[in-house]
Design a protein around this ligand. Structure first.
Ligand SMILES: Cc1ncc(COP(=O)(O)O)c(C=O)c1O
Length: 401
């Protein structure tokens, strides 16, 4: 009876549900492990009092608007459009801007409106693999362009686009995180941004610009988002409140060609976005309060980045390579040939420290000697201790080689 029941349940799953890869599991490390694996926000900086105050205010002022069914709150759309406009995204209007439950929702909706099974989507390697999974689930064939110290390799992209065209293949979109990329922390220079937008225009390919970390700038000048350089309507720009307010709030937005945003809205299962949360986020962020908060975050993340770098300098073998990120959450390392990531992961478990293996950030199996370290979540002492443990694990792997 039991086995028949299980058997028949298996038979009911869709092909997609049967083939979807296992989601990564959180928190399965041994007790006492310091995890530098995940890009969680710093819990010390959740603006608890401000959120409580904002909640009290909106409930006192408009309880029906906040707690009943209703359309997406125009106040948050206005705030987002004003922010985009102030950054030079002059095309952003209320009509071509959409609020969503996290940017993950947008990254999953975009392939639904653009991708038929077998269509080509171009991504960076490495990149935020959560997005790639959504593209793959829609049936996309993934082509990977390498990331260099200055972000996506635009020469390689140009070659790929020309090659695809020669084979009569028209890619649907290019997914890129030009500012403080996940996982590499790299920043695409202005000239490359301009070239990327020009290539999109030339080949008639959309750009899906993921600006998840754009506000987390510790050093260096602010560069224009791709959406600010796009005059012909080839960029879908996605950003999130996850990294600058709190991931648990699940609020994000996108702007782009109106025809795209209209279709995204149609595919959104819940047409509007949280009357309560949208009001709370708007109230929290209004009148420059969000920028004050971001300023505080950036001081903290700069300090934590420096703590991590100092510990790495002290504990890592000198032939571990990395770039210093000027913003974002991560430091990305390339390991020497005698320290493969898989061996290091096993040794790191013994030393009670965890990291994200680089291979988890590629769609094509690369990254066997790469690791991502997040300085965003742990406190200073844990960052330093975690890196000390990881350095010891690296040396132990090397000693056994
Ligand atoms: C580059 C990038 N995009 C999008 C997301 C998803 O963020 P959320 O769904 O919380 O907005 C993440 C989360 O880590 C990310 O790193």
């Amino acid at each position: 009876m039991t086995s028949t029941a299980i058997h028949s349940l298996d038979a009911l799953f869709s092909t997609r549900a049967k083939t979807v890869p296992e989601a990564g599991s959180w928190g399965d490390e041994a007790e006492g492990t310091i995890s530098l694996a995940y890009g969680f926000a710093d819990p010390q900086h959740f603006p608890v009092k401000q959120l409580v105050d904002a909640t009290a205010e909106i409930l006192a002022e408009d309880v029906n608007g906040a707690l009943n069914y209703g359309p997406t709150y125009p106040g948050l759309i206005k705030l987002v459009v004003d922010r985009l406009q102030s950054r030079g995204v002059t095309s952003a209007t209320a009509a071509n801007t959409m609020i969503s439950y996290g940017s993950s929702q947008i990254l999953a909706l975009v392939p639904q409106i653009l991708v038929d099974p077998g269509d080509v989507v171009i991504v960076e390697g490495p990149c935020f693999i959560g997005a790639v999974r959504s593209f793959q689930e829609a049936g996309a064939k993934i082509e990977t362009v390498p990331v260099r110290a200055d972000g996506m390799d635009i020469d390689a992209l140009a070659t790929m686009l020309a090659d695809l065209k020669a084979r009569n293949i028209h890619p649907k979109f290019i997914y890129t995180t030009p500012t403080y990329q996940n996982p590499t922390g790299t920043m695409m220079p202005l000239a490359n941004r301009k070239r990327l937008v020009a290539l999109a225009e030339q080949y008639g390919v959309l750009i899906l610009e993921d600006d998840a970390y754009g506000d987390l700038r510790f050093e260096g000048e602010r560069l224009p988002q791709l959406a600010a350089l796009d005059t012909k309507g080839w960029v879908i720009h996605v950003a999130t409140f996850s990294k600058i307010l709190a991931p648990g709030v699940r609020m994000a937005y996108c702007t782009g060609p109106e025809a795209i945003i209209k279709r995204l809205n149609k595919f959104k299962v819940e047409g509007s976005s949280g009357p309560f949360l949208t009001r709370m986020v708007e109230r929290f962020a209004a009148d420059g309060k969000l920028d004050v908060h971001i300023g505080e975050l950036n001081k903290t993340y700069l300090r934590k980045r420096n703590v991590m770098l100092a510990a790495m300098k002290q504990s890592f073998p000198s032939d571990v390579q990395y770039e210093v990120p000027m913003g974002g959450f991560f430091i990305y390392c390339t390991l020497p040939a005698d320290i493969p990531t898989a061996k290091l992961a096993a040794k790191a478990r013994e030393h009670k420290v965890a990291f994200l293996p680089g291979a988890g950030c590629y769609a094509n199996g690369q990254g066997q000697h790469e690791i991502r370290l997040a300085f965003s979540y742990q406190n200073d002492a844990n960052i330093a201790e975690g890196i000390t443990r990881l350095g010891a694990a690296m040396k132990a792997v090397r000693a056994e080689a």
